[in-house]
Design a protein around this ligand. Sequence first.
Ligand SMILES: [Fe+2]
Ligand SMILES: [Fe+2]
Length: 190
Amino acid sequence: MLLFKKQIPDTWINKIRASIPDILVDHAHLERKAATGALTLQKYKELVPHLDELTDIVIEEMEHFKIVLDLLRKREIIFGPPRQSPWIHGMMASIRKGRKTQVIDHLTCCALIEGRSCEKFQMLAEGLKDLDPELADFYGSLVESEGNHYASYLIMAKNIDEDDARERLEYFLNIDAELITQDHNIPVLH
Ligand SMILES: [Fe+2]
Ligand SMILES: [Fe+2]
């Protein structure tokens, strides 16, 4: 069960449907960044007990990256440079500095990115069926994995400091609620 306070706006799916090649390029970068995120989390001493789990996430995200790259090649879409997402930028910019606080914020932020991806992939599995059944199936196949990453990161944060993790989750859920409804026309998933 995902904890978000605001729904993804109805206009979102239409933006995606209108810009599938750009969205696939953005998605490839997202998977690459998700792998980098899991690798970066391995630097925190609090997460030493989760090194294997984080390595598994890195591998899984790189597998997703490869599948998206194959789709790009098959569709003759050029893998262009990444575009900045105002939503991801706003979330990441709110991470506190300092040892223990930083790791909890970092995990919470990664969890919510995974969670929103999970939700959006679920919407795409339905919302692209008529337009692009191959992509609809592909997105459907990613839902479980991204949902598991969401849960894993939240559990890791709670294992470090349950009260702080709960407080920071609330904080980031409020930032998400504020940012998710701010419409932008950049062709990115988030
Ligand atoms: Fe992924
Ligand atoms: Fe993921």
